[in-house]
Design a protein around this ligand. Structure first.
Ligand code: FE
Ligand code: FE
Ligand code: ZN
Length: 276
């Protein structure tokens, strides 16, 4: 089964997110648990949440990928920022443990000048603080474009983080096609080689989700500007190879392309046609 969907707005609750997903022809979705640029959590309506849970339990939908706010930086040089990140992380996991088939995606963070090693240590500390034996939600580290002092643009850095986590079984990785290309992995011309590298360094069993995006910039640009499917440097041929790659075909694909729902609907239709 082709698991495909997009980033949807969470402003009108969980049932609306599933309706939007059905509208675009999808069966998975990603959403922000909070205001992505601030950190305000959205009020959860228990009736809406219950309706959502009942609805998806009867259908073959999910996994649902919650995206942490951009302001969450586990490896900031400021202790107050790290404590805040830890707090948000814990609260989000608490919410997600009540949402069936959900996972939590976060950006490892930006080390803002104090050095990558210190940054990685702080990320490990945060994960060891927020993960508990009772947690049932997989936490996914997103591969980054390497903009500024972003941690996680090299597979080695992701591996180093995972190595430091005690409850490793709760950790996975999201591969963002635009980000890895920006980071210098040639997902456009040789996606299989990228997967070989991923497998050798991290292990493909850790890969749990794909952010499917075209890119406004060429290989190694470190810019992080997503483009509509087929309209950027990837083009349709590379995208076709990615969604049909036997090593990742079974994974959920989440579109984060610059689109409103109608645009996503067209992309999903096109991708379904390209899927063999
Ligand atoms: Fe992201
Ligand atoms: Fe992404
Ligand atoms: Zn991005």
């Amino acid at each position: 089964m082709f698991k495909i969907g997009c980033h949807v707005s969470s402003s009108n609750g969980y049932m609306q997110m599933i309706k939007d997903t059905e509208y675009i022809g999808g069966n998975v979705f990603q959403w922000f648990t909070r205001n992505p640029r601030g950190c305000q959590a959205k009020e959860i309506d228990p009736i809406d949440l219950k309706a959502f849970i009942d609805y998806v339990n009867e259908r073959d939908y999910g996994p649902f990928l919650a995206h942490a706010p951009y302001t969450l930086n586990c490896c900031s040089d400021k202790e107050s920022v790290r404590e805040f990140a830890c707090d948000v992380f814990k609260k989000d996991l608490e919410i997600l443990n009540n949402i069936p088939n959900s996972m939590y995606n976060f950006h490892p963070g930006s080390h803002v000048g104090q050095g990558i090693e210190t940054g990685i240590k702080y990320i490990i500390d945060t994960l060891n603080e927020v993960l508990t034996k009772d947690n049932k939600v997989l936490v996914l580290l997103e591969t980054m474009a390497g903009k500024g002092s972003e941690v996680g643009s090299r597979f080695e850095e992701i591996k180093q983080i995972i190595d430091g986590v005690v409850l490793k079984e709760q950790i996975g990785v999201t591969l963002d096609t635009c980000h890895i290309s920006d980071a210098g992995y040639d997902a456009i011309e040789n996606f299989d080689k990228v997967l070989d590298d991923f497998d050798r360094i991290i292990g493909l069993d850790r890969l749990k989700a794909i952010h499917l995006n075209d890119s406004k910039n060429p290989l190694g640009a470190h810019k992080d500007r997503h483009e509509k499917i087929g309209e950027g440097y990837f083009g349709l041929e590379s995208i076709k190879k990615i969604i049909n790659n036997p090593r990742i075909k079974h994974l959920p694909f989440y579109l984060e392309t610059p689109n409103e729902l109608d645009g996503y609907k067209k992309e999903v239709e096109m991708l379904k046609e390209m899927r063999v």
